[in-house]
Ligand binder design. Sequence first.
Ligand SMILES: FC(F)c1nnc(N2CCN(c3ncnc4sc(CC(F)(F)F)cc34)CC2)s1
Length: 487
Amino acid sequence: MAGFIDRDKVLFPLKNISSVVEIFKNQLESNHEPDLALLSIIAGAVENSLTCRSNVSIQVVEPKTLPILELHTIEDLYNKFHAIMKGAIDVSKSENKVCTRETIKKVSDVVWNSLTRSYYKDRAHLQSLYSYLTGRKLDCFGVAFAVVAGCQALGFSDVHLALSEDHAWVVFGESGTETAEVTWHGKGNEDKRGQEIGKGVSARSWLYVNNKPVICTRAMEVAALVSAINPSLNATLDACEVACLQQELLWLLYDLGHLAKYPMAIGNLGDLEEIAPTPGRVPCSALFQEAILSARTYYNNQHVYPYTYQGGYFYRNKMYKEAFESWANASDVIRLYNYSRDDEEIYKEFLEIANELIPHIMKVISSGFSANSILKKPECFANLLRFYDGICQWEQGSATPVLHIGWAKPLVNTISKFDADVRAQVNIVCESDCSSLDDRKLPRSNGNTSCFNNNNNYCLSQDHAKSHNLIDQIESKVTKDEEVTNL
Ligand SMILES: FC(F)c1nnc(N2CCN(c3ncnc4sc(CC(F)(F)F)cc34)CC2)s1
């Protein structure tokens, strides 16, 4: 590890964004691995100086300048972190060795036991070592990151961050295949720190992405800390200097190839580019597509967020037909999983799409009578069915129910907006007898599963037919409603 060396120190005091980018660039291009503790402290210090309560008087600073960051501020915190780690764990005997589960548990305990007794865990700006060292507060990602940075400070180059879409843990050992929980997840769950990642029922939950997590290199750990930068000043305002710094750092990591296997980081960059496009760079829509391609290529299309990043973009830009397709693709991912109580985050994502976003779309388009309305397009109806069908299949075989009556009303409301002649153009094909389908949910190879048959009707492949009964129920209810209204 290069550590905090003169080439970086001469850039202090940091007065602007480009000097921070320069330090990250030096660390990433050095022939040593980048120093996670140093970069997390710097990123956290910049974020804190521009967003935290202390100086929230909306200061008008010169564009791209920052409140001055002195060398001693960073150096003192950096030395403090090393002192905490080296004071707690004796590594004299394990020079250049791989790490052990016992040492990882010790590092996790050092971080865990030094945190403030009780604080609001979901607050913003608790992700960095700056927060840990100055406020003794970390969120669940921050604890995992601090453990990896601590192991790096102790000289273990085999300990790396493993990331799912809503949890973080570490991999370590000779071939990097040992796993260990190092932080908590969610509310009120007993932490499993020190244990290896579940092989049991939790392995089928979205939380562990069917054992297809992002396994970070040191540079991808830098990408994780950069992704975790939070520019929010409050619920409505962002500190644009922090957002600008995050955007420039993500482009630096992108150009160095360190986002290629990190779909969520590409999605984060896409969100920033949608708000403030960088001249000469690919459009944000291309980034959302790249994130999907990365998830399909490296994670067997078992990640949901790349599709909901893209769906959210289409929705905000009133591209509703495309949004339906992205959300149907997201649903094709979740149908492979068994819903468990650890999956609340993705449950809320699908609930919002089904019960807020789609109903909103139905409201705004049903007022218009344009001929090319999506209500006339069978592929829109097919994608909506695929979307709902995936959620039904997610529920099937799961210990915890997903759907409740609150889902049915918006669902039937949406389906019934499509005329019978449009619905008739979508035939649900059972490629094989539905009953013979085994109860395991085989991961799909390609990203798209709704197929087009020769006469341009839209057919849903066999797996979708599993919820035939639900679709039948909807169809019959809708028809009945139509009969009633036509009376
Ligand atoms: F689906 C879209 F609408 C989304 N918009 N923001 C999304 N985020 C924001 C960024 N985010 C992330 N972005 C980069 N890396 C990671 S690692 C991780 C799990 C944990 F926090 F480590 F536990 C979350 C996450 C989580 C997903 S999804």
